[in-house]
Design a protein around this ligand. Sequence first.
Ligand SMILES: Nc1ncnc2c1ncn2[C@@H]1O[C@H](COP(=O)(O)OP(=O)(O)OP(=O)(O)O)[C@@H](O)[C@H]1O
Ligand SMILES: [Mg+2]
Length: 316
Amino acid sequence: MQEFIIGSDVMRFIIDGVHQVAKFDVNVLLTGESGTGKELLARIIHLESPRAKNRFVPVNCGILSGLLFEDKLFGHEKGSFTGAISRQMGCFETADKGTLFLDEVSGLPLENQVDFLRVLEDFRFSRIGGNEQIEVDVRIISATNKDLRDLVKQGEFREDLFYRLHVVPIYIPPLRERKGAIAKMVNHFLDQLSSRYGKPRPVVSPEAMDIFCRYDWPGNVRELKNLLERVFILNAEDTIGVEQLPSDFIWHFKEPPAMDLGEVKKKAETRAILDVLSRVQGDRERAAQILNISPRTLRYKLNRYGIKVNSRGSVV
Ligand SMILES: Nc1ncnc2c1ncn2[C@@H]1O[C@H](COP(=O)(O)OP(=O)(O)OP(=O)(O)O)[C@@H](O)[C@H]1O
Ligand SMILES: [Mg+2]
C-alpha cells in the first residue's frame, strides 16, 4: 500500500479521524480539490477496516447514466437486453463484504439517484431482468471535488441521498494550504521513483526546493508527483537544480521582461487606427466615430505616433 505523507498538523488531525472512522462501517464522504488524495485515503480506510481482505471496488459515477449506470452497479441477467449474453454481476455484488468507492459522486445522474438511495437503505436489489432479490453487505465511501450542498440547493442532487452519504464528511485541504508537507513529499516521491525505475536518487538543490515550496500547485499532490516524475526521468544529473526544472513550470518564478506601458499603448493604438482607416478608405471623420474619439484627437494621435497614411487610408 502506498504511504500517505502527512507533513502538517491539519493532515495529522485528518489522518487521526481516518484511522478512527476506518474501524466502523459508517458512510464516509471525502471532499477536496482534484489531486488532493481522496482515492488514496479511501483505499487506506478500506485497508484499515475489518473488510481489508475483501475487495475495494471503485466506480466512477460521472460517466454513466440511465440503464448503463444500473447495469454497472446492479448487473444483469442473461437475455435481459440485446447484448446481455450472460449473467453479469454489478459493482454492488463484486464489492460484497468489501468497500464500494463512489468516485465523483456528484456526477450521479439525477434519474438514478432514487433507485440508488433505495439500495443504500437496505442493500437489496435485483439484477436488470431478474426477479431474485440479492442482498449484499457493502461499505460505502464516496468522493467529490464539487460542493454537494450547492448541488442540493440547485436541485441537481437529492438531499436525502446527500445526508445518506455524508454521515462522516472528511475535507482534504489543497496542497497550497499545507505547504509544510511539500519538502517531505518531494523526498518521498523521489525515493519511490528511484526504486521504481532503478535509477539513483537525485538530490534537490535548496533553490529548487524553495521553488517547490512556494508554488501553489493547482493540481495538488498529483501535479507535484507528475512534475517530479518528468524531471526525474529527463534529468541525467545527480542533482535537481533550478536549471533542471522544465521551462513551462519555472516561468512562474522568472521575473517578467521589462516593458514600457506607454510603448504597449502606442503599438495597440497604432494598430487599431491603421486597421480602421484602411477599412473606411481613409475617411478620418468616420474612423474617429468608429474609434469613439473626436477627429481632433485622431489627428493628434496620427501626428504624435508618426502615422502617415494616404487618402485611401494605407500606410505611406
Ligand atoms: N498525502 C499523500 N501522500 C502520498 N501520496 C499522495 C498523497 N496525497 C495524494 N497522493 C498521490 O497523489 C495522486 C493523486 O491522489 P488521488 O488520486 O487520491 O487524488 P483525488 O483526490 O482522488 O483526485 P481526483 O479528484 O482528481 O480524482 C495519487 O498518485 C496519490 O497516490
Ligand atoms: Mg480520485
